[in-house]
Design a protein around this ligand. Structure first.
Ligand code: NAD
Length: 421
């Protein structure tokens, strides 16, 4: 099966079922948690620069609301579909429960390649999509954030659109905003920082020195480039990175600051055309199969599958992306002794600092960056310790351990609240 044929929602349900079986969840609770609570599909027109009108399709899915308002990013990508959004919403529920922040999971997306749109078209698309899904949004209901293909500017347009409807500024309706309109210090880096902390904690546990640790990163966007940068600062050797333009390899280590500066100058934040002495161009699939200590998939779902799991030569995988490993690959990698820090833990830094941004927006009182980074570290390292303890107690892989903790918390909240009416 190719990565495009693997349905992420079926993957998410399979992962849930495994935990539900082990937890012996009652059938009624299992039936509730196995599917999203609410789904909205919107088809909406956008005026293009040439005067024509195009109709776009978008989604907002709320998986579970028992632990609080729902939270989750908005993705702009041509391969967005309802099942991908359902999977991402479900993973958000488990992630928020695992790091114990008071949210349920949601996700949104629009089927669009943002690189094909002008800034004006992108703004009009964003404002209309925000209007279409505004019946679901609100600081006490559903709080979106950035994901693949969206950024702080997108979040600012959504915040402004909702604020225009209400007639006053509503900063807490969205997170990942620019700092000058109520965003949080440290939010841009938060997901990559969390990934870095998980690499650091695993290295500590395995007695691996960080200096010279060979790291490969797939995806050089918000998550991948930040993780690469922070690990480079810790003395790790980043031997390979890839983005949508292909892979870049250097056995002695890539110049990550120079590559970040290069991508920053590219109109679509790509490494396309980057070259430097000693840097080889390789394909995206070759990059995943490089021999290394740590592989960080930080692009899209279904990158490590039954088709390539036998050829992965990393010792440790830390999942920056959501859903990069299929259950089939999980089993093969597990048998081969390759450790995996699962997405719902490894990339939780983003939603943790989004939670801080929401709290700061609600109370209109802002914290300094050190305070934010310290609080992030305390929460994510605490969750890491709970997951590794659970994995040792139950003799299960880290992913299943994380699911056991998260699913139990959501099931408990659900049961405590009861079935209405
Ligand atoms: P982004 O749009 O900033 O970056 C995505 C990167 O992936 C880009 O560099 C792109 O070129 C690259 N890419 C796309 N297709 C590729 C391919 N086939 N091979 C190699 N690289 C490819 O997105 P992001 O926000 O960094 O998100 C990346 C992943 O992390 C997604 O799975 C997302 O759901 C997850 N995530 C993001 C956040 C966040 O705070 N942004 C939080 C948690 C999880």
């Amino acid at each position: 099966m190719t990565s495009h044929q693997i349905n992420p929602f079926h993957v998410a349900q399979q992962q849930f079922d495994q935990a539900a079986d082990m937890l012996r969840l009652p059938d009624d609770v299992r039936a509730i948690l196995r599917v999203p609570q609410r789904e909205l599909t919107v088809n909406f027109p956008v005026q293009m620069d040439d005067g024509s009108t195009r109709v776009f399709t978008g989604y907002r899915v709320q998986h579970n609301l028992s632990r609080g308002p729902v939270k989750g990013g908005i993705r702009y990508h041509p391969s967005v579909d309802i099942d991908e959004v359902r999977a991402l919403a479900m993973w958000m529920t488990w992630k928020c429960a695992l790091v114990n922040i008071p949210y349920g999971g949601a996700k949104g997306g629009v089927i669009v390649d943002p690189k094909q749109l002008s800034p004006g078209e992108l703004e009009r698309l964003t404002r209309r999509f925000a209007t279409e899904i505004s019946i679901l949004l609100g600081p006490e209901k559903d709080i979106p954030a950035p994901d693949v293909g969206t950024n702080a500017q997108t979040m600012a347009w959504i915040m402004d659109t909702i604020s225009m409807h209400r007639g006053y500024t509503v900063p807490a309706v969205i997170t990942g905003k620019p700092v000058n309109v109520g965003g949080s210090l440290g939010r841009v880096e938060a997901t990559g920082r969390g990934v870095m902390l998980m690499v650091r904690e695993m290295a500590r546990k395995l007695n691996w020195p960080l200096a010279g640790l060979r790291v490969v990163v797939q995806g050089f966007g918000n998550v991948g480039s930040t993780a690469a940068h922070l690990l480079h600062q810790l003395g790790c050797t980043i031997i390979g990175v890839a983005d949508a333009s292909g892979g870049y390899y250097c056995a002695h280590g890539l110049d990550i600051p120079a590559m970040r500066a290069y991508a920053d100058r590219h109109p679509f934040h790509l490494l396309e055309g980057y070259s430097a002495p000693g840097v080889e161009r390789i394909s995206g699939s070759e990059l995943l199969e490089l021999e290394c200590d740590v592989l960080i998939p930080a692009a899209l779902e279904n990158q490590l599958t039954g088709a390539n799991a036998e050829r992965i030569r990393a010792k440790l995988i830390v999942e920056g992306a959501n859903g990069p490993t299929t259950p089939e690959a999980d089993a093969i990698l597990g048998e081969r002794g390759i450790l995996i820090v699962p997405d719902i833990l490894a990339n939780a830094g983003g939603v943790i600092v989004s939670y801080f941004e929401w709290v700061q927006g609600l109370q209109e009182f802002f914290w300094d960056e050190q305070d934010i980074n310290d609080k992030l570290e305390r929460i994510i390292v605490g969750a890491f310790q709970q997951v590794t303890t659970m994995a040792e107690q139950r003799r299960v892989p880290l992913r299943l351990a994380a699911y056991l903790l998260a699913v139990q918390r959501v099931a408990d909240a659900n049961t405590t609240r009861g079935v209405y009416p």
